[in-house]
Design a binder for this molecule. Structure first.
Ligand code: N2P
Length: 365
């Protein structure tokens, strides 16, 4: 090789490396997911394996996500609405159909869960299940025992009965700031259809919630994890895995706080959080790579092991900690499944009633 040829090949090698490097840096996926919902090492591993940078933002409310999606131009490539919200967002045209040829790991998914999510996304054309769980009662075992004389919480009555909740007022009660989770629970407690769209029945749920409103310290959908773990509150109406994360944080802190979770006997909501790609996403190929990566059995199992929610990936179950897989409050057994109900999206008219009702409840007026 002549000296010039050598120089040229060295230059092109440098240019090639440089260009590849720049290109790898250009690849990015903007993810908007729930807070306290992933083991962050998964994000790092994804970037290491694919060279795709992840910009990861979090939210704790379907309403917040929906407002961004409906406004358009959210800038997100992957978002994770719950099924009941996803359904109406699909109708509104905010998502694009998934390119299943880019998602070979879909073969790992669990048909039982896919049948359920098809209720929200017919044919599962727009979404992949991330996690699923329940709405129930998280509580500080010792504080509840001290206030109520029992630590056996198996009924919504502990929350919806004003006499009972009054006793827990001073040690602190938090409730999800989420009408689509709490109003169906109130209806169920009253023996009504949790999916009721009857204004009269929703008014009954409102009345029930207004009676316990004086005993609720805060409506918030993520602060209850630390509040429970630190012993700052004694009861939270919250999401299963979040309560289990509170239990684990309390165990790690070794301050003697013990946390329990109850799926009340009257019935609890079972929800499904679905990964989807907005219609206007700028990084569609990267979004598919991210989704496909999240369907690797070891990866999604790592996430479930950390966030303590069940996932919709059948092949991942061999990698899930035995204690999680065998906990009926996480992976429900037949008896628990019997108690679980799902919710449907609200039609626009009912949504307006629900929104108005919720404002009254939160403000206490
Ligand atoms: C994550 C809670 C997500 C459950 N912290 C509600 N869809």
């Amino acid at each position: 090789m002549t000296r010039k040829a050598l120089w040229l090949s060295a230059t092109s090698a440098f240019l090639a490396v440089f260009t590849l490097g720049a290109h790898a840096e250009d690849r990015v996926v903007n993810v908007f997911n729930w807070s306290d919902y992933i083991d962050s090492s998964i994000i790092d591993d994804f970037t290491k394996e694919t060279g795709i940078k992840v910009v990861y933002d979090t939210f704790d409310s379907n309403e917040i996500l929906e407002t961004k999606l409906l406004a358009g131009g959210s800038g997100y490539d992957v978002v994770v609405p719950s099924g009941n919200f996803l359904a109406r967002q699909i109708q509104a045209g905010v998502f694009q159909k998934l390119d299943k040829s880019k998602l070979p790991n879909i073969s790992n998914m669990w048909d039982t869960v896919m049948e359920r999510t098809a209720k929200y996304d017919p044919g599962n054309e727009y979404s992949i299940n991330y996690m699923w769980g329940t709405v129930g009662i998280g509580y500080n075992i010792k504080k509840v025992q001290a206030a109520l004389g029992t630590d056996k919480i198996d009924s919504w009555d502990v929350f919806f009965n004003p006499e009972s909740l009054a006793k827990l007022k001073d040690c602190g009660v938090y409730v999800l700031d989420s009408p689509a989770d709490i109003i169906p629970a109130a209806l169920k407690y009253l023996g009504l259809d949790p999916n009721s769209t009857s204004p009269d029945e929703i008014a009954k749920a409102e009345e029930t919630l207004l009676k316990v409103r004086p005993y609720i310290r805060k409506f918030h959908s993520s602060e209850y994890i630390n509040a429970l773990a630190n012993g700052d509150i004694c009861l939270a109406v919250g999401w299963s895995g979040d309560v289990f994360q509170a239990r684990n944080r309390a165990d790690e802190a070794k301050q003697g706080v013990e946390i329990g979770y109850s799926v009340p006997k009257e019935g609890a909501q079972m929800w499904f959080d679905q990964m989807a790609i907005p219609a206007g996403a700028a990084h569609v190929a990267e979004a598919h790579e991210f989704l496909n990566y999240m369907m690797k059995p070891e990866v999604i199992a790592k996430s479930s092991n950390y966030v303590l929610y069940a996932n919709g990936n059948k092949a991942s179950q061999q990698f899930i900690d035995k204690a999680i897989l065998e906990d009926p409050a996480i992976y429900p057994d037949a008896a628990t499944l019997q108690k679980l109900y799902t919710v449907s999206p609200y039609d626009p008219k009912t949504q307006r009633i629900i929104t108005r009702t919720w404002t009254k409840i939160v403000t206490g007026q």
